[in-house]
Design a protein around this ligand. Structure first.
Ligand SMILES: [Zn+2]
Ligand SMILES: [Zn+2]
Length: 284
């Protein structure tokens, strides 16, 4: 049975996937944006006030994006270091043979992180870390601001892209938009033209993916479900939209989207959870 536990990983530190690919992509986007804004046709024409507002929006988006990335990566959503002694054996608790520990309801073992995660949602492969009770807020805010930043970059690149596409036939332009690699490999476009189309394509696709993820997790947020519970049709922890928002994002759930460092302490501990049936903790 279980250890008298401060839980720890039986297999050492989590195996985070390298962040090389997203870091390289972010660097490519930043370089292309700088190239287009400085050497290319520049940003869309705007008046002084609109330009100032655009700069303020960019700073706000970047601060929120980087702040939430930092909070997400620094968080430990696992049972590592969590005092579970004497709290097990209640309803919903289970024994994890890999961690050699009793684990609370809604937790789940992650083979990539190699430890059980509190209120496990899913493993984010892009950032190499599980999404769980302690980092759900930065994950959601990250989706929102990543979508915003990528849309903003797409808008800034649009004059250069329009100029490039307008210089070619519609068929050439459509092929370039959809299959930029093919056009590069067949020598139909230069490396600079390819880079512009490729970066813009991935920014638009990334924004759509982040937007879709935000809609999906917004639905889960309002229902009080994890992805795992949604896939199995479980609604055991649905306290109604308002209380679900508070449970996942804290009392300032409406404001956390605007500043990553705003204090909004979570009401629970990731170990016991309120249910609509009893109004009290599932296990303690
Ligand atoms: Zn485990
Ligand atoms: Zn994981």
């Amino acid at each position: 049975m279980g250890q008298p536990w401060v839980a720890g990983s039986a297999e050492g530190a989590p195996a985070r996937l390298p962040l090389v690919i997203p870091a390289l992509w972010a660097a490519a986007v930043a370089l292309e944006l700088a190239y287009v804004l400085v050497l290319g046709p520049g940003p869309p024409p705007l008046g002084p006030l609109a330009r100032a507002l655009q700069l303020a929006l960019a700073a706000f988006q970047l601060l929120n994006l980087l702040g939430n990335v930092g909070l997400f990566l620094r968080s430990d959503p696992s049972i590592r270091g969590v005092m579970l002694a004497g709290r097990g054996l209640g309803q919903g608790w289970a024994y994890c043979y890999q961690c050699q520990s009793q684990v609370p309801p809604r937790s789940g073992h992650c083979s990539a992180c190699r430890i059980c995660i509190l209120r496990r949602d899913h493993h984010c492969r892009l950032l190499g870390l599980c999404v769980g009770f302690h980092n759900y807020r930065p994950f959601l805010c990250l989706l929102l601001h990543a979508a915003g930043v990528l849309l903003h970059v797409s808008v800034l690149l649009s004059p250069a892209l329009s100029a490039l596409l307008g210089a070619h036939t519609p068929l050439h332009a459509a092929t370039l938009l959809l299959l930029p690699w093919l056009m590069l490999l067949t020598g139909r476009v230069s490396l600079a033209q390819f880079a512009l189309v490729f970066v813009t394509d991935t920014c638009v696709a990334g924004a759509l993916l982040c937007g879709a993820g935000l809609l999906f997790h917004g639905m889960l947020l309002l229902r009080g479900q994890t992805t795992w519970e949604w896939a199995r049709g479980q609604h055991s922890y649905d306290l109604g939209p308002y209380h679900n928002l508070q449970a996942a994002l804290g009392p300032r759930w409406a404001l956390v989207w605007f500043w990553p460092f705003l204090a909004s302490p979570l009401p629970g501990d990731g170990i016991s959870f309120q249910t609509p049936a009893d109004g009290g903790p599932v296990a303690s």
